[in-house]
Design a protein around this ligand. Structure first.
Ligand code: PMV
Length: 316
């Protein structure tokens, strides 16, 4: 056995978050500027499997890790899917520079890196759909009812048009899009935001389902605009999507402030991205405005900013 490493990108949702949980389509793209990495190195016979996450000072034998530990779950699900011929003795170490609980898919990225690396380590390069399925099983431990969009976009590492229960469709990008991601610095638990929204929706189904339907229509329209490289149309759909996300109660003062700051600094369009109530927003910019928009977001209180290009083959 030789040392094996694998990485997975972060992700952002461009259109359709929350509506996707209710069966509507959504668009998501990988963010290659942030990565989770898994390194597997052999240990002497009898040592067993040790899992380690030095970023959070965690290390434990796999056999002692609780059922609901996501790192252990990723390892166990992968070993169940591709059982090794001999017992494994290895240290599995994960590291990531993806901010946690900000809608950048850190959990799914870490699990994806583990599944990929471990598959390779036992001599099986798993196909992206199988990786996505294993990561989905891991995501369910802490996310309750995930739509499946995070694990899918991260396992495939490509822009996707995603709808629950339907075969994955790739999203072609007609003209590279420059996005500035602004982090409110506020941690947001997707499970909580999704659960609270479900309660509000159950109390007033017609209104909420109407909003979800409108968001669901934006996703295919935005897909067309992205494929055609029509940035003004994309920007308009972002504004509409953000307004709908405000209606369903998942924006926040901090997110709205960053969205406003980006638009005032010349962004073409902006919206929150992911679960909301904290986490990230995204701004679509002309290349030559990325710096100004980044500075404006920082002045408006962004804890972190990332500039990413969607649809460029350049990867970190
Ligand atoms: O993990 P986040 O913050 O990007 O949120 C995921 C998007 C939701 O639509 C809110 C939930 C889901 O499972 O799709």
């Amino acid at each position: 056995m030789t040392v094996t490493t694998a990485s997975a990108p972060g992700k952002i949702i461009l259109f359709g978050e929350h509506a996707v949980v209710y069966g509507h389509p959504a668009l998501a793209v990988p963010v290659h500027e942030v990565q989770a990495t898994c390194r597997i190195e052999p240990l002497p016979a009898g040592a067993g499997v040790v899992i380690a996450a030095p970023d959070i000072n965690f290390a434990a034998p796999l056999s002692a890790a609780p059922e609901d530990n996501p790192l252990a779950a990723a390892v166990r699900h992968t070993l169940a899917a591709c059982p090794p011929t001999l017992p494994i003795n290895a240290r599995i170490t994960v590291t990531a520079d993806i901010p946690v609980a900000r809608g950048l898919g850190s959990g799914a990225a870490i699990a994806t890196a583990v599944v990929k690396a471990l598959g390779q380590y036992v001599g099986r390069a798993l196909p992206p759909q199988q990786i996505a399925d294993i990561v989905f099983a891991v995501e369910k431990i802490h996310h309750g009812t995930p739509s499946g969009i995070d694990n899918t976009v991260i396992a495939f590492g490509q822009p996707v048009f995603f709808q629950k229960g339907r075969p994955l469709q790739r999203l072609a990008v007609g003209r590279p899009l420059t996005l500035v991601i602004g982090d409110t610095g506020i941690k947001s638990q997707t499970r909580k935001v999704v659960g609270n929204l479900r309660r509000r929706r159950d109390a007033d189904k017609p209104r909420y389902d109407g909003w979800f339907q409108l968001m669901g229509r934006l996703a295919p329209a935005a897909r067309q605009a992205i494929e055609a490289g029509q940035v003004a149309r994309i920007a308009d759909y972002m504004a509409q999507n953000h307004a709908l996300l405000q209606q369903i109660g998942v924006s926040s003062d901090e997110l709205d402030r960053l969205v406003r700051a980006a638009l005032e600094a010349g962004a073409l369009g902006a919206k929150l991205s992911g679960a909301g109530r904290g986490g990230n927003m995204i701004a679509l910019v002309e290349d030559n405005r990325a710096f100004e928009v980044t500075q404006a977001l920082q002045r408006a209180g962004a804890a972190q900013t990332i500039v990413t290009t969607v649809g460029s083959s350049a990867k970190k």
